[in-house]
Design a protein around this ligand. Structure first.
Ligand code: HEC
Ligand code: HEC
Ligand code: HEC
Ligand code: HEC
Ligand code: HEC
Ligand code: HEC
Length: 434
């Protein structure tokens, strides 16, 4: 089934697209460059009406002829919604219950909420909104740059330039070829390369062939990529090998959403955070391991597989997977790797196999990519002693001032009963210090 996105009517687009909420590969970008008029307007005029989503009059347009005030606002016109569905990555924060999107990347709405709580000794503490993720600048939607982190830690990326297109190539030029290599379609006289036939992000994506490539994971930028408006830091590493289930924005109250992370995620994050990466050149390397070579080894893989919760080591390797603590399996974008990842990417709990000794830790083992309910964009609360206290999330401010419902949202709908009555940090899944 194909969804045709119509040009002028932004609102009609939203209605139509929401019918294809499962992340259908063929609805708009289709793994490559979408209809230009979904994001650009040539004159800001069609049938005499403005085409921008902000209030510019006919005949005047935004920078790069975009339909939004800035790049991220252009994206959020389709990717922000008050209701949860498909490809949405942002929603307004609702006090008492939190934002509603549950995609693997996380809902940018967490950035707009600061929590206040009283610490043990009576001191007032904060869990500030801007600590909850990547502060993209999207002025039409009320998102602005981080006020404390002026540069991306471990690199020099200017936080005021951070937008969706810092990470995602709006034109989706990077593509996976049939041998698993990534090609960018960069112009060069005499060159030929396969066209892109669709998204490569999903467990139902077609395999690339000699003539027809598929898009890279999530249209991320690859080697040499930088937005035209901020060319200073061209990427050194290609997008990761990963595959998502075709339904991925959903509660995990009952079954988990397993993205099959194969390899290269940490190397990709290091495009901007080079010195946070354990392979970074330089001294020391006193950093938590993360990367293709940061393998778990026998002992830590065994820990992951036996750990069910604080005080319960009765788990086993066939059901130990937790989407709150994902790992990379080592697969690449070659045919065998893609087949293996497409098998693992499920949302029905049929693929909960744990790591083996060759699986590796990566940045997204502990962090989300967009935003999360917790400080430092972590997947779980890394600040207080307990994740649950006396069987609930909302104990003595252990949830840093969040309500039970807000904490449940931060754990993607998981009830507190999935954890121990007094659950400690999820670092224990690999290290068992509790
Ligand atoms: C998903 C949204 C989106 C779509 C679809 C899109 N663009 Fe763009 N385009 C952008 C954004 C965002 C920028 C600004 C990038 C920046 O900030 O540097 C841009 C910039 C440009 C630029 C100027 C900078 C450059 O990279 O050369 C050109 C030319 C351009 N787009 C052409 C096109 C054409 C032609 C199409 C259709 C074949 C298209 N775009 C489709 C979002 C889009
Ligand atoms: C006109 C509406 C519209 C606009 C504008 C838009 N998107 Fe999308 N986006 C969609 C739809 C619909 C999907 C799901 C279908 C698809 O992937 O083609 C999607 C999917 C995506 C995906 C997942 C694709 C995959 O294959 O894994 C990414 C990443 C994405 N969008 C990023 C962006 C970015 C970045 C911008 C701004 C530069 C943007 N989008 C602008 C409608 C839009
Ligand atoms: C710092 C880099 C970065 C920025 C900034 C960023 N993304 Fe993403 N995005 C990612 C990565 C990495 C993933 C894959 C996450 C995963 O699978 O765990 C992703 C996933 C997605 C997806 C798939 C749904 C999901 O939740 O995984 C969409 C759609 C998307 N991004 C759109 C956007 C839009 C729109 C913006 C701006 C409002 C944006 N992204 C900003 C890196 C980024
Ligand atoms: C295009 C550059 C870019 C890429 C790629 C990128 N980041 Fe960032 N990151 C930044 C910038 C700039 C900041 C500081 C501004 C902010 O936090 O909003 C930042 C901040 C962070 C923070 C601190 C959040 C907080 O507020 O405490 C974490 C954690 C982080 N990034 C992790 C990641 C991970 C994990 C990836 C890969 C999935 C990644 N980054 C990819 C640019 C990037
Ligand atoms: C084992 C879990 C774990 C892994 C793996 C991990 N981080 Fe972190 N990260 C954290 C924690 C916890 C913090 C909070 C500060 C601290 O403990 O140093 C943090 C903080 C950060 C910050 C914010 C620093 C600041 O000054 O506020 C950035 C940026 C960051 N991580 C990036 C990355 C990147 C990039 C990777 C992959 C190369 C990565 N992290 C891998 C757990 C992790
Ligand atoms: C997916 C598994 C995994 C998770 C989750 C994880 N780690 Fe690790 N950690 C490792 C691996 C692998 C090593 C390196 C192996 C080794 O030599 O012990 C390591 C090493 C360490 C070390 C250094 C040990 C040494 O001997 O030098 C510390 C400290 C550490 N981790 C703390 C943490 C903390 C704190 C968290 C949570 C924020 C965390 N880890 C989460 C896998 C993990």
């Amino acid at each position: 089934m194909k969804a045709r996105i119509r040009l002028a009517a932004g609102i009609a687009i939203l209605g139509a697209a929401s019918l294809f909420a499962g992340g259908q590969a063929d609805a708009f970008h289709s793994g490559s460059v979408a209809n230009c008029a979904g994001c650009h307007t040539m004159h800001n005029s069609l049938e005499g009406q403005k085409m921008t989503w902000n209030n510019l009059p006919v005949g005047t347009a935004n920078a790069f002829l975009l339909k939004g005030q800035d790049a991220s606002s252009t994206c959020l016109t389709c990717h922000h919604s008050t209701s949860a569905s498909g490809y949405r990555v942002s929603s307004p924060y609702v006090d008492g219950s939190g934002p509603v999107q549950r995609g693997p990347g996380g809902d940018f709405g967490w950035l707009t909420k600061t929590y206040e709580y009283t610490a043990g000794g009576g001191a007032i503490r904060y869990s500030r909104g801007e600590r909850h993720g990547h502060n993209i600048v999207a002025l039409d939607f009320g998102y602005s740059a981080d006020s404390i982190l002026e540069l991306g830690p471990g690199g020099n990326y200017d936080a005021t330039k951070l937008s969706c297109v810092s990470c995602h190539d709006p034109h989706g030029k990077y593509r996976i070829q049939s041998d698993g290599t990534i090609e960018s379609g960069a112009p060069e006289q005499g060159k030929t390369y396969p066209y892109t036939k669709g998204s490569g992000s999903y467990n139902n994506s077609e395999a690339p062939s000699a003539t027809a490539a598929v898009g890279v994971y999530r249209l991320l930028g690859g080697v040499g990529y930088a937005p035209k408006s901020y060319p200073e830091f061209p990427f050194q590493s290609d997008p990761p090998a990963a595959v998502a289930p075709s339904t991925y924005n959903r509660t995990e109250a009952v079954t988990q959403t397993r993205v099959a992370y194969g390899s290269g995620m940490s190397e990709w994050c290091a495009n901007c955070h080079n010195a946070m990466h354990s392979d970074a050149t330089g001294t020391g390397l006193f950093r938590h391991p993360a990367g293709n070579d940061a393998v778990l080894g026998d002992a830590i893989a065994a820990n992951y597989n036996m750990y069910k919760k604080s005080g319960d080591l009765t788990g086993n390797a066939s059901t130990s997977y937790w989407s709150l603590i994902p790992f990379e399996t080592g697969h690449g974008n070659d045919a065998a790797g893609r087949t293996a990842m497409q098998t693992l990417a499920r949302m029905d709990n049929t693929q909960l196999g744990g790591p083996d000794s060759g699986s590796n830790v990566m940045c997204l083992t502990c962090h989300r990519a967009h935003a999360s309910g917790w400080d430092s964009m972590l997947r779980w609360n890394g600040v207080t002693d307990y994740i649950t206290y006396s069987g609930s999330y909302f104990g003595s401010n252990y949830a840093q001032g969040r309500t039970e419902a807000e904490t449940t949202a931060a754990y993607y709908g998981r009830p507190a009963s999935q954890f121990a009555t007094y659950q400690r940090s999820l670092c224990n899944k690999c290290h068992i210090k509790d």
